[in-house]
Design a protein around this ligand. Sequence first.
Ligand code: FAD
Length: 308
Amino acid sequence: MHISDILAATPTTLSFEFFPPKTAEASERLYDSIAQLEPYQPNFVSVTYGAGGGTREMTHDLVVRLKQTTALDPIPHLTCVCHQEGEIADILGRYAEVGVSNILALRGDPPSERGGYDRSQDAFQYAADLVKFIKRFNDSGAHPDRRGFGIGVAGFPEGHPLTPNRLVEMDHLKAKVDAGADYICTQLFFDNHDFYDFRERCDLAGIRIPIIAGIMPITTTNGMRRMAELSGGSVFPARLLKALQRAGTDPEAIRRVGIHYATEQCADLLNHKVAGIHFYTLNQSSATREIYASLGLKDSRALAPASA
Ligand code: FAD
């Protein structure tokens, strides 16, 4: 379903993110998680896109499998890194053919194995250029929906590390929106005030599209450290760190603290009428399921008006 229709049908979307598994064992774990999460009827699920190599085709394969074998509505991520125009057009064409309705358009992280990667080889330098290209694809009428693909872009409540000037950063975000984005999905954050402030700054910049909040429950300290690395500098509030410190080295206590903290974040976001909550599931289901239970939600449709 086009993201505009998804967002119009409910005051708050609830959605999940998966990444393509690299091994048979990881694949089995993922499909177990998907089977556990499908009954929660997420408004959509998204599938990440690797920096290069074989995992990229796996994004396509996972998206097609979700589309064809589940009731889930998958949104593939697509990045500018290591791509020429013809390749992007081919990927869009293949997604249009199988009825994928939306794309999350990103600049992408450079391949870790190619230190000093030269982005000037890529057809598109910034996500805004990719959004424009998808818009041109949409205008060509190659998608079965006359509106073409719905388009999402990334937002960074705590700021993107590559642009320390936060005023200029908002100009760049506005450029993606003006290029044709339909919604923003944010990087994970642990202090909701960062999200609310970001939302207000977007409003001041004239960005009026829905902003979906990215939430990742901490379940292990190693996971937290990896997260701090990957997200490019998340702020871990003292309140969270103190609770984790109280849990000491007990893995179950750490997990409970992390899930409780994320649940409180979600309850507060719902109270503040957030347009959507996107769970970074790490291909696991239990943390997300526990959060739904603590929020009193049977499934994602529980938030939609009765007639929807
Ligand atoms: P852009 O919007 O292009 O911005 C990148 C940087 O360039 C910013 O600092 C911006 O301020 C600056 N900039 C933008 N335009 C200009 C301009 N005209 N001139 C100068 N500077 C400019 N990465 C992956 O590889 N695969 C994924 O699947 C993936 N999924 C993600 C999902 C979400 C929800 C988020 C938040 C991030 C995801 N990422 C993913 C990470 C993302 O690709 C990186 O954080 C990347 O560095 C930024 O992507 P972007 O789309 O925001 O880029």
